[in-house]
Design a protein around this ligand. Sequence first.
Ligand code: CA
Length: 532
Amino acid sequence: MAWIHHYILLLACYLLQNADSATFQESCVKLAATLCIPNTHVQLTQYVKAGTNLSIPDYPQECVLGIGAAPYQVAPADLCRVALRIDTSAQSEMTLEAWLPVNWTGRFLSGGNGGFTGCIQYPDLAYGAMLGFATVSGNNGHNGTTAEPFYKAPEVLEDYVYRAIYTGATVGKQVVKSFYGKQPTKAYFMGCSGGGRQAFKFAQDFPDVFDGLVAGSPAIDFVNLINWASWLSTLAGFDRNSPDFIDEKLWGVIHQETLRQCDGLDGAMDGIIEDPALCYPVFETLICKPSQDTSTCLNGKQAARVREIYEPLYGNNGTLLYPRQLPGADATAFANYLNGTAMFLSQWFQYVVYDPSFDPRNVNRADFAFANEQDPFGVSTWKPDLSAFKRRGGKILALHGLEDGIISSEISKLYYHRVADTMQASPSALDEWYRFFRISGLGHCAGGKGASSIGMYYFGPLTSLSPQDNVLTGVVDWVENGRAPEFVRGTRFKDGSPALGIEYKRKHCKYPARNVYVGPQNYTDENAWMCV
Ligand code: CA
């Protein structure tokens, strides 16, 4: 008789939902009793007034410690906060929050998750709600920042690969319908790193879910990213006391030499390499002269090691596994890849490919091939045919920082080429629905030395809501008004600090164009640059 109970429940929900025209606040409180979505359990509905500094006492400590996420968030608007627990299978579940602003525009937004994280990203919720999106962010099917929850837990892994975002979007849209009484008019997704991979996952496999995608620094070709990351750590070596180990200070010397050789390729010596793909530095210029202080120069082995670190990764049979890192993108590379320990992404070998007894410092090409054979649930996210997404009118605003020290921006370029080749589309044909911007001076989703603030908010300060300066309002303008972004204008703050004010702005070019300084004004004038 379970079905009878089911229908009684549905009827009760229907009657409650349509009972009266309650105020926004009343509707929010009432939502806890009226929300009827399969496999979904309401933890909390809470009316929050604009300006409230919301404390999140149950926020996972791993998220606070692991990625510095704050267990509190200021609400940017009057909103209804909904916290849900959703069963994604008999062995897995996820948490999701939906922030439903009073000034709803009719739009829906899902944020993404980076790295191995399962952490609700409250800044994404606040950003979306501020702009009038009904916004969801989930924990990606697990809490914390490591790959450990995937160990012998295929359902948790499946959530991580795609199902948590899919479920969050599906349930989130139903929450919107229940609360506001109508479906969202358009649905968007914005994510970076792991979130950039999630964006492309939906373009590849679930084209109907989102109308517009902001895909930042995507961890696509995911297994080979793991392979490459693990490999770079082995090249750097694990003996920090070895005379051949390259420490952080020496990486600073290497960075300066890279700039000396390549900064001017774009016409301006401004500390930013606009197109590092043109840069092939010769590191042997740094080989120590007799009696030189060895903390300022390289021995022969070190020079060879740096050269190897900047080469692509090839598999056993000579096929390309992962493109090279671009010169100049080394500022955060030391901290992540080259510091004498195994890179954190290599946990994949311990918790997915093999088991925790595996020492990722010993990875080799046979392991890379084995990891690629597994590719669980299609985590690679490397399918090049996006016809279905194009057909349904979807738009992709893709971007990648050229100082990204964690995911080589060359992977975004390679993918763009693969899509173009597979779909037999020239760049001008792709322009109709898929645009890729290379952001000079942007690190991994945030930071970097250049005009790197572009409106991803969670990943950096907000500078402007103008579609030309902001990738989120930019993709909305494209989807809804047909105004496609010709460039992404980034903002550089003085010393990288918003409190000190704006130092300059620069337009970042749409691939395959690159930025060239033409003058005559100073390089800080955006009109002194041209996309060619
Ligand atoms: Ca330059």
